[in-house]
Design a protein around this ligand. Sequence first.
Ligand SMILES: *Cc1c(COP(=O)(O)O)cnc(C)c1O
Length: 406
Amino acid sequence: MDYEAYFKNELDSVREEGRYRVFTDIKRHKGSFPHATRFVDDETRPVTVWCSNDYLGMGQHPDVIEAMHDCLEECGAGAGGTRNISGTNHYHVELERELADLHGKEAALLFTSGYVSNWAGLGTLANKIPDCVVFSDALNHASMIEGIRHSRAPYKIWKHNDPEDLDRLLSDFGPDVPKLVAFESVYSMDGDIAPIAEILDVCEKHGAMSYIDEVHAVGLYGPRGGGIAEREGLMDRITVIEGTLGKAFGVMGGYIAASSNLVDFVRSFASGFIFSTALPPAVAAGAAASIRHLKTSNKERETQKERVAQVRRRLDMLGIPHLDNPSHIIPVMVGDAKKCKMISDWLMDNHGIYVQPINYPTVPVGTERLRLTPSPVHSDDDIDRLVEALSEIWSQCELARMAVAA
Ligand SMILES: *Cc1c(COP(=O)(O)O)cnc(C)c1O
């Protein structure tokens, strides 16, 4: 076989479908994020990032930076091993305590990413519990889907955010069949939020375990940043809460929080946990500092809400169509892959505004969009420049506008 030709052919077809991913090469600047420097064709240019998942700017928070520096000096670069073989650093232990406390659970378990926590957490539970059936929301993240597939357990897909459909599917299985219901709180592409209480009612009615991915909610919602389930007083009814340390907490890593027995079970059986080097201690120290800060400080959450409302209001005034949702994510709808990419390129080249186009297969064809994530570190001036540029390109491309609010 001509391997090289095969690779090239496959890539060519991705390109033809307009799905080829080009990474934007930037340096984020501590202290002035969302401002960054873009590297392009041996030149550098200033950019403002509007599509980051560092939702609260915690990646540059002084407490986080200081904790990481101190730990790096104290412990050195890497963990030095898997958790089982010399790699459990005291900072990992402290972080797991912090996470268990954040979610009001007995225990928590740290993974190298949110992806791995879903893949290993769901994969292990569904695979190891005899005859377990998984019930997965239709819009679950790739990491959950891969974990469920990898478990080889039978699974059913229920209609997105539809507890009645879940109830109907669960009713096909007797009370003795172990069941695992997997869903998210904030869905990151539409920014909609699951009816968690209703879903939990259905889970409890059928004796099913519940597994919630709060990746786009931890740090952001709830009085201590515990997520939507904390905000709604539902954490104690959920079997497993999964989250990331790489988005609102601004660092890296993933975790599950649950009962001691469940966490100990995953710790003891999950290959993706056992056979992988532990996170660098400095990463754990930085994440713990971020969580501690957001447990008591509401300032970042409040300013973010204001910024989100401000951007929405400005878009409404200009009639630029965006999905209405109850979260911090603003999907500006374009509805065409090529236009979406073109607008994104134009914003970058003419205004130094960086918004990654979101195309198929991340979202369905015809719903291509620009996903804006306003944060407390975006200034009034940043917002002015964004909405003025969007309005300009909307006129240039003769894109449809919504009725303008009076
Ligand atoms: C980003 C994401 C993950 C993965 O988390 P990482 O820490 O980035 O690996 C899991 N679930 C959802 C819904 C996500 O959007």
